[in-house]
Design a protein around this ligand. Structure first.
Ligand code: ADP
Length: 774
C-alpha cells in the first residue's frame, strides 16, 4: 500500500504508430494509503506522507549507526559510478549528484538506476525506515559492482556499451494511467532477443546481416518510447520476413505449358507462340537474362490473364503490381527510413507478400506511369528491369541490395507511345490485337459464360445462351476490342436469370400448399403467373423448372435495355461530304465519320472535334492538294470557280467531339470527304480508309492496321483502302476476316478517290494539259 507521490512535469506522445505516451514526473516522497475514497474515474484516497515522518521521528535516535551505513553506501555508490565511462554526460552528472544530494536520498535514486527486478524495487519502496533502506540497497549495489567487474573481464572490447546500458536505465513509462509493469518491458526485451535470433538464423545476405545486427544493437539500447524504436523494429521484422533465399522450384514442361495456355485462352496464337518460345529457352538454359516481355494491346484482351497463366505453368507465385497513375518514384523504390511513415516500395512489398524470391511479377499498365515532383517512377523501374543490374536492386527503405534476378517480370500496356524510350528499350513488345467477332463468340462460350455461370451459382441446365444471342450482344451492346464489356453483359444476364431461377424455386414450393387449399389459392397462383415479367416471355416462367431459360433477342432487350449501337453506316452516308475513316486508339481500332460542309465566306477552314496539331495539318494538306488539283477533277465551289476557297468557308468535323484525336492517318479520309463535298457525289457506303498524305498526293503507310481492319470488320464494312506499303500488315489478319473484306492498296490519292466513289473518280485534266502544250 506504499506508493510514490510525484509531480507530473511533462506529457509527450503521439498516436502513431500506436497510442504511446510518455510521462515525465519528479518523485516527491513516499506515501501510504489510509482509505480509498473512490476508484472511478480515477482513484482518490486519503494518504499519509511517510518519508518526512521518518526524518523527524527517527532522525536523532541512531544517527551514528545511520552515519556509518550511509558512509558505506556512499563509498559503494562512488565505486560503482567510477567504473562507468565518465565521458558519458549522464554518468558525469550522476557523479556530481552523489556529492550534492543528501545521503538519505541516495538509496532511492540508485535503486532506480542499477539493474534490479521490479520486486526488489518494490521492496525498497516499502522500506520506510532509512536504516532498513540502506541495508537493503547495499547488497544490490555490491551485486551490480561484481557484475560489472565480471563483464569488464570477459568483454573488454565492448565496455562502453555495457556501461551505457547501466546508465540509461531510469526510464519509466506510464500507459493508460498506470505504471507499466517491468514484465512488459522484459517481454519486449524477449521479443528483441527472438528477433535477433531470427536475424541470425535467416538466410539474408552478408551485407544485410551486418546492417541488421547493427540495428538490433541500437534497438536494444533504445528506450521503447522513442518513435524510432517502432520504426527500427518494423524494419528488422521486414528484413527477417523477406525471402532472401527462399524460392519455389520451377516445373517447366513445354508440352504442359502449351496445354495450360491453350486451355485458359482461346485464339491469341502469336502471343502464345512467343510465350512458349520464351519458356522453351528457359527450359534449355536456366538463366533468366532474357528480355522482359511486354504485352501491348487494348483493354480486356487477356494480357493480365496470360501473365497469370505463365505463373501457373511455371508453378510460380504470381503478383500483380498496378502502376497506373503511379507518379512517385518511392512507390517503386521505397522511402528512406528517415521519413515518418516511410515504407518499402512495391517491389519489395510484393516479395514480402509472395514470400519467395522467384515469383512472376506483372507490372500492369506501364504506359500509365506519370512524372511528378516526387521523381520519375519509370526511371526507377529501369534498374528493376535491367537484368544486368537487378541482382543488386537497392530499395531506399531496406538500404541494402536485394537480388531480383530470379524474379520473372512481365509488363502490360495499352500503347507503347507513352512508355519512356529507355524503358521500352529493355522490353520485348508483343502486340496483342483485339478479337474478331467470331473469336469473341468462341471466347464467350468456352470461357466467359462458364465462368459467369459459376460465379452466379447457375448450371447450364438453367440457362441457355445461343451463339446468335452472343453475336447480338457483341454487335449491339458492346463496341470494344477486348471482351471485358461482353463479360459484364453476360454477368448482367446471369444475374437476371438467377433472380428468375430463385423465384421459380420459391414457386415450386408454393403449389404444394395451393393444392391443399384448392379454390382461391389456386386462382391467386394463376393470376400471379400471368403478370407481365421483366425477362423475356412470360412463357419462360410457365416452363417446367427443368427446362433452361433461353436468352433470345427479346430477353436481351428486357435485360440489357434497347441496343446501344446500331449498324448505322449506310444511313450516315446518304449525302455528299461524309467519309468513313479508321482510327487507332489505345482501346483498339474504331471507325470514324468525317463530315464536311461549305458555306459562303472568306476562304476559312474551321476544324472541330478536338484535333491535335498533326491532324489539323493533314486537313490543310488535303485542302491544298484538292485546290491544286481542282481542275483535273473538275471540282468547283458553289459559284462554279475552280478556286475552291473563293468566297467559300469550309467546316470539317470529326465526331465524338469530346475525345482528343491526333495523328496523320486521317489524311486520305479528309481528301475523300472534301472531294465528295465539291463534286456533289456520294462516297460508297461500304468503304473505309486510312493513310497519310503528302502535298504531292502520295499515300504513306500508317500504324495500327490490324486493329483498324478489325474495327471496320466489326462495323460491317466491306472494302478498306490502305496505303500500299502497309500490305505486309495484312498477313497478321485472320483468314476469315480477310475473306470478308476487299482491300484496296493505294499508292497515291488518285487510286484512293477511284476506289472510294462508285464508278471511279475521273481525271479529265490530262487531255487539256496536252492540248495546251500543242
Ligand atoms: P487485360 O489485362 O488485357 O486488360 P484481362 O487479362 O483482365 O485483360 O482479361 C479480361 C477478361 O477477359 C479475363 O477474365 C480473361 O479471362 C478474359 N479473356 C480475355 N481474352 C481471353 C481469351 N483469349 N480466352 C479466354 N478468356 C479471355
Amino acid at each position: 500500500r506504499i506508493g510514490t507521490a510525484a509531480l507530473a512535469v511533462q506529457v509527450v506522445g503521439s498516436n502513431w504508430p500506436k497510442p504511446h505516451y510518455t510521462l515525465l514526473v519528479t518523485g516527491l516522497c513516499r506515501f501510504q494509503i489510509l482509505q480509498l475514497l473512490k476508484e472511478k474515474p480515477y482513484p482518490v484516497a486519503e494518504v499519509q506522507q511517510l518519508d518526512r515522518l521518518e526524518q523527524f521521528t527517527n532522525g536523532h535516535k541512531s544517527e551514528e549507526e545511520l552515519g556509518e551505513l550511509s558512509e558505506q553506501f556512499y563509498k559503494y555508490a562512488v565505486q560503482l559510478v567510477e567504473m562507468l565511462d565518465m565521458s558519458v554526460p549522464a554518468v558525469a552528472k550522476l557523479r556530481r549528484l552523489l556529492d550534492n544530494l543528501p545521503r538519505e536520498a541516495l538509496p532511492d535514486i540508485l535503486t532506480s538506476i542499477i539493474r534490479t527486478t521490479n520486486q526488489e524495487k518494490l521492496q525498497i519502496l516499502d522500506a520506510v525506515r532509512l536504516e532498513e533502506r540502506f541495508k537493503m540497497t547495499i547488497p544490490l549495489l555490491v551485486r551490480q559492482i561484481e557484475g560489472l567487474k565480471l563483464l569488464q573481464k570477459t568483454r573488454k572490447s565492448k565496455q562502453d556499451d555495457d556501461k551505457r546500458v547501466v546508465a540509461i536505465r531510469p526510464n519509466r513509462r506510464i500507459t493508460h494511467g498506470s505504471i507499466t509493469e517491468d514484465e512488459e518491458e522484459e517481454e519486449d526485451h524477449d521479443d528483441v532477443v527472438m528477433l535477433e535470433k531470427k536475424i541470425r538464423t535467416s538466410s539474408m545476405s552478408e551485407q544485410a546481416l551486418k546492417v541488421c545486427l547493427k540495428e538490433i544493437k541500437r534497438l536494444k539500447k533504445m528506450p521503447q518510447s522513442m518513435p524510432e524504436y517502432a520504426l527500427t523494429r518494423n524494419y528488422l521484422e521486414l528484413m527477417v520476413e523477406l525471402p532472401w533465399n527462399k524460392s519455389t522450384k520451377d516445373r517447366l514442361e513445354i508440352r504442359a505449358a502449351r496445354i495450360v495456355l491453350d486451355n485458359d485462352h482461346y485464339a491469341m496464337e502469336k502471343l502464345k507462340k512467343r510465350v512458349l518460345e520464351y519458356l522453351a529457352v528457359r527450359q534449355l538454359k536456366n538463366n533468366l537474362k532474357g528480355p522482359i516481355l511486354c504485352f501491348v494491346g487494348p483493354p480486356g484482351v487477356g494480357k493480365t490473364s496470360v501473365g497469370r497463366s505463365i505463373a501457373k505453368t511455371l508453378g510460380r507465385e504470381f503478383h500483380r503490381i498496378a502502376l497506373g497513375g503511379v507518379c512517385d518514384q518511392s512507390d517503386i523504390r521505397g522511402h528512406r527510413r528517415t521519413y515518418v511513415g516511410s515504407m518499402p516500395g512495391r517491389i519489395i512489398n510484393g516479395l514480402k507478400t509472395v514470400g519467395v524470391n522467384n515469383p512472376v511479377f506483372l507490372l500492369d499498365e506501364v504506359d500509365k506511369l506519370a512524372k511528378s515532383l516526387q521523381g520519375d517512377p519509370a526511371a526507377a523501374l529501369l534498374e528493376v528491369l535491367d537484368p544486368e543490374q537487378n541482382h543488386s536492386f537497392t530499395d531506399h527503405y531496406l538500404n541494402v541490395a536485394f537480388d531480383l534476378s530470379q524474379v520473372l517480370f512481365i509488363a502490360t500496356a495499352n500503347t507503347t507511345a507513352t512508355i519512356p524510350p529507355a524503358l521500352l528499350d529493355r522490353m520485348e513488345v508483343i502486340q496483342v490485337p483485339g478479337y474478331t467477332q467470331e473469336e469473341k463468340i468462341e471466347i464467350a462460350h468456352r470461357h466467359l459464360i462458364p465462368k459467369q455461370l459459376e460465379l452466379h451459382g447457375l448450371t447450364p441446365q438453367q440457362i441457355q445462351i445461343p451463339q446468335v444471342t452472343t453475336l447480338g450482344i457483341i454487335t449491339r451492346y458492346t463496341r470494344e476490342a477486348g471482351v471485358r464489356a461482353l463479360d459484364r453483359k453476360l454477368g448482367a444476364i446471369c444475374r437476371a436469370v438467377a433472380v428468375k431461377v430463385a423465384e421459380g424455386q420459391h414457386k415450386e414450393a408454393k403449389p404444394d400448399r395451393a393444392e391443399v387449399g384448392e379454390g382461391e389459392d389456386c386462382k391467386e397462383h394463376i393470376t400471379e403467373d400471368a403478370k407481365p415479367e421483366s425477362i423475356g416471355d412470360t412463357a419462360d416462367l410457365a416452363l417446367p423448372p427443368e427446362m433452361p431459360i433461353l436468352i433470345d433477342f427479346h430477353a436481351l432487350k428486357d435485360i440489357l435495355g434497347p441496343p446501344m449501337y446500331d449498324m448505322e453506316v449506310s444511313e450516315r452516308l446518304n449525302q455528299p461530304g461524309v467519309a468513313i475513316g479508321l482510327a487507332w486508339t489505345p482501346l483498339g481500332g474504331e471507325i470514324m465519320f468525317v463530315e464536311a460542309s461549305r458555306m459562303d465566306g472568306e476562304g476559312q477552314l474551321t476544324l472541330t472535334g478536338q484535333l491535335g496539331d498533326v491532324m489539323k495539318e493533314s486537313a490543310h494538306l488535303a485542302i491544298s492538294w484538292l485546290r491544286s488539283n481542282a481542275k483535273r477533277y473538275q471540282l468547283t465551289n458553289a459559284s462554279g470557280s475552280f478556286d475552291l476557297l473563293d468566297n467559300t468557308d469550309i467546316h470539317l468535323h470529326f465526331p465524338a467531339g469530346a475525345v482528343t484525336k491526333d495523328g496523320p492517318s486521317a489524311g486520305v479520309t479528309i481528301v475523300t470527304c472534301l472531294a465528295s463535298l465539291f463534286s456533289g457525289r456520294l462516297v460508297c457506303s461500304d468503304v473505309a480508309m486510312t493513310g497519310e498524305i503528302t502535298l504531292r498526293g502520295l499515300v504513306l503507310p500508317v500504324g495500327g492496321i490490324k486493329d483498324k481492319v478489325l474495327a471496320a470488320h466489326r462495323a460491317g464494312l466491306k472494302r478498306i483502302i490502305i496505303p500500299q506499303r502497309n500490305e505486309k500488315d495484312l498477313e497478321e489478319i485472320a483468314a476469315h476476316v480477310r475473306q470478308d473484306l476487299t482491300f484496296v492498296l493505294a499508292g497515291c490519292l488518285d487510286e484512293v478517290l477511284n476506289a472510294a466513289f462508285d464508278g471511279g473518280f475521273a481525271v479529265k485534266a490530262r487531255l487539256e494539259h496536252f492540248n495546251s502544250k500543242l
